[in-house]
Design a protein around this ligand. Structure first.
Ligand SMILES: [Mn+2]
Length: 338
């Protein structure tokens, strides 16, 4: 399969490998509200770096790792600290993955890298401007884990069951189960290779997907009970208030905007679907989905200070809920020119 690897990955692979071989201790992270592509890519890279004979540590970052991901190989060894709780002097190389900007390392405070530490950014978000010493951004790939697979091929890493399981689950999830637009024949080819190494992949998926809590469902019920349409009926937005969350006793640990927008996306008429959640007074989390090439939601997310992909993106606004809602509608009307 190696002839199908993106030329950019072939070009950067030896450069990144040389940096890792020079390093004594590699730092890896999960981004805020981590998804399986974030956790899977961090863990897969940890195992690969260790195979190269270099120490590697994954830290959890701003958020807790969801229970649903705790069966990913290596997940239980993730260090329970955020960026500002680490002793950065212990690390000489930081490999930042699946993170379009420094805010995806931490949203607590602006990130500054200590001078002796080298940084490598490996990502697939088109919005990534490249903020590392070395940057590998391949937006034609649907998952950071697919970028890693090809890097590992170039490095001649042995794909162990631990590595393959993490890569597979990241690719599976970031493609929405191999159905989002970025999914390619190569995605299936790589996934097929990985399933040979992890024949128990249906259980891997089932253990992740069938681990919802009653609070998840209560959030879903609340979100689906308050939907407004915009853009002449082309957009469906669910609005969830803090008062609503409190009234239904929904714990904040169950509030994931990314769980709601895919449900709304299933409505045929809505080219854009999204959810706006007031998680605290003046703290608004948003997740958007699109299934129509004319409505690139990464542009909407970037206009709101966030980021993402053409068909799945998100942002956080620090303002009252009503102002956030107005701003979202205003930006959509500007961007989609209807
Ligand atoms: Mn990703």
């Amino acid at each position: 399969m190696s002839s199908e690897i993106s030329p950019l990955i072939c070009e950067k692979a030896p450069v990144i490998l040389a940096e890792i071989k020079k390093a004594k201790s590699v730092l890896l992270h999960c981004h805020p509200s981590p998804d399986p592509d974030s956790v899977g890519s961090a863990l897969a890279m940890k195992f690969a770096v260790e195979q190269l004979g270099v120490k590697a540590t994954v830290f959890k970052g701003d958020s807790e790792i969801p229970d649903a991901f705790m069966h990913f190989p290596g997940a239980r060894d993730i260090v329970q600290k955020n960026f500002f709780e680490l002793d950065l002097a212990e690390f000489d190389l930081f490999i930042i993955q699946d993170s379009g900007s420094k805010e995806m390392i931490s949203r607590f405070k602006p990130i500054e890298f200590p001078l002796p530490m080298r940084t490598i950014v490996i990502d697939h978000h088109a919005s990534n401007q490249g903020y590392g010493d070395i940057n590998l951004v391949e937006p034609t790939y649907p998952a950071a884990c697919q970028v890693l697979h090809d890097l590992f091929m170039e490095w001649q890493i042995k794909l162990t069951p631990e590595i393959a399981a993490n890569l597979f689950i990241g690719m599976y999830t970031d493609t929405g189960g191999f159905k989002y637009r970025g999914t390619t024949a190569r995605t299936f080819a790589v996934a097929a290779e990985l399933t040979k190494i992890v024949p128990s992949f249906p259980k891997l998926i089932s253990d992740m997907e069938n681990s919802r809590t009653p609070g998840d469902l209560a959030l879903q019920a609340l979100a689906l009970s308050n939907i407004e349409t915009f853009l002449n009926g082309k957009c469906g937005l669910s609005i969830v208030t803090l008062a609503g969350l409190k009234e239904k006793n929904i714990p904040m640990s169950d509030v994931h905007a990314g769980m709601i927008s895919p449900i709304l996306q299933s409505v045929k008429e809505w080219s854009i679907a999204g959810v706006i959640i007031e998680v605290a007074p003046g703290n608004i989390k948003m997740s958007f989905r699109s299934k129509d090439a004319d409505y690139d939601v990464s542009k909407l997310a970037v206009a709101l200070g966030g980021g993402g992909h053409k068909d799945a993106a998100g942002a956080v606004l620090m303002m009252p809920l009503e102002d956030a809602k107005k701003l979202v509608v205003q930006k959509m009307e500007e961007l989609y020119n209807l």
